[in-house]
Design a protein around this ligand. Structure first.
Ligand SMILES: Nc1ncnc2c1ncn2[C@@H]1O[C@H](COP(=O)(O)OP(=O)(O)O)[C@@H](O)[C@H]1O
Ligand SMILES: [Mg+2]
Length: 386
């Protein structure tokens, strides 16, 4: 798991790299058909090399939007997820609510995550008998939970009040934003409530594993994620980001452990704590994860837009393919030590150069060298002469 290095204070500490993904034991030729065919095959049964761009676009959008494609396309990922271990328990005592706590009709099962701003629990909704995830607002620099009490208290009620109010309103903003979204690759919010002197929201439980873990499993076994599976994931994630950006929203914290892969192989984006309006300025706080966030995100009043999430998705894919985080983005702008994926011979034995080159472009240190919109990225995938 990637350590949670997300902070509101720019931090350039490197994230420990994982070993490189070893080369595929049964490499396919670099110019083998790059992307999987849609169900029933392409309408024009020519090779990928001579296919007109329109067909590619149609195919890409079909993969992104049409449900029937997903099952066959990413079935192998789904099988791996089914084998994977359940979400590990996480202890951040004395902050967390104890297992068994009854909270507004939900029975807390265990704590599954905790960052600087909140705690995440797995819980059972008693009435509907379903598993849910509950997020609790808990800015740990300001608040604590006394042993034996469920209430959240401020260390210093006078100096902490502003921070507490900010955290509560930011939390409500996060849930309101999530409540407006309806996309198969974005976790759905069910409800919001206030209790124990703090706030909670209930969100759909995604039964799967993080992309981080999935990539680690592949690295451990020495088997790269198959190109068709990777492509299915990329296109779906692009579609989800396109959906967000179309609503003028930025996620701002795309990284491998904020993407869960379901048992059906569908990637689902979670953790909208850092999301904000792309062109408004509702929350201009600096929130970044070194290795995944682009430079403009750690710059006060940095010019953020779709290219900001595009960098983070590219960095996520870079990590997924290499097992290594990119160096901090500001450092890359001065001297870039990251090797392009499209010249990595090991990766080229499994993935099409155009697919790797598109990720390279997404992670360009300078925003103007990246795709400016998700549609640009999709169009590039569609129109490249593969
Ligand atoms: N909807 C969900 N379904 C399943 N697991 C989840 C869900 N939301 C969060 N988790 C798990 O809880 C962890 C922490 O949640 P997250 O929303 O990422 O908060 P943070 O990273 O701020 O602690 C995630 O890494 C994931 O393992
Ligand atoms: Mg997270």
């Amino acid at each position: 798991m990637i350590p949670d290095t997300r902070s509101i204070i720019p931090d350039s500490s490197p994230v420990a790299p994982r070993p490189m993904v070893p080369p595929c034991p049964t490499p396919s030729a670099p110019d083998a058909p790059a992307f999987p065919p849609p169900p029933g095959g392409f309408r024009n049964p020519t090779t990928m090399h001579s296919r007109p761009a329109g067909d590619f676009m149609e195919h890409i959008l079909a993969v992104a939007r049409a449900e029937p494609v997903s099952a066959s396309q990413i079935a192998d990922i789904g099988e791996e997820v089914a084998e994977a271990e359940p979400i590990p328990e996480c202890h951040i005592a004395p902050r967390e609510l104890p297992a068994g706590t009854l909270l507004h009709g939900y029975r807390v099962q265990r704590c599954i995550g905790g960052g600087g701003f909140g705690v995440t629990y797995l819980a059972q909704e008693s009435l509907l008998n379903r598993t849910v995830v509950i997020k609790e607002s808990f800015p740990d620099s300001i608040c604590y939970r006394e042993e034996g009490s469920l209430d959240v208290r401020m260390h210093d009620p006078e100096s902490g009040q502003d921070g507490y109010n900010w955290a509560m309103s930011n939390f409500l903003r996060e849930v309101r934003l999530l409540a407006t979204l309806d996309h198969p690759c974005i976790a759905k919010v069910y409800s919001y409530f206030e209790e124990h002197n703090t706030a909670y929201y209930v969100v759909e439980f995604i039964n799967g594993v993080s992309l981080d873990k999935l990539a680690a499993q592949h690295a451990e076994k020495g088997i790269p994620i198959p190109q068709s599976s990777l492509f299915g994931l990329i296109v779906r994630l692009l579609d989800a980001l396109d959906y967000l950006h179309g609503r003028k929203l930025l996620h701002r914290d795309i990284k491998p452990d904020n993407i869960l892969i379901t048992r059906a192989g569908l990637p689902v984006i979670i953790d909208f704590g850092a999301a904000r309006e792309a062109y408004g300025d509702l929350s201009n706080n600096i929130v970044e994860t070194p290795g995944f966030s682009p430079a403009e995100q750690s710059t006060p009043n940095g010019n953020m837009g779709p290219w900001t999430d595009i960098y983070a998705l590219g960095a996520t894919l870079y990590y997924t393919l290499t097992g290594t985080c990119l160096p901090p983005a500001k450092q890359r702008q001065i001297y870039d030590t990251a090797d392009p994926l499209s010249t990595n011979t090991s990766l080229l034995s499994t993935y099409h150069p155009a697919l790797l080159a598109s990720i390279d472009r997404a992670i360009s240190p300078l925003p103007e060298h990246r795709y400016q919109t998700i549609a640009d990225w999709m169009r590039d995938l569609a129109s490249t002469h593969l």
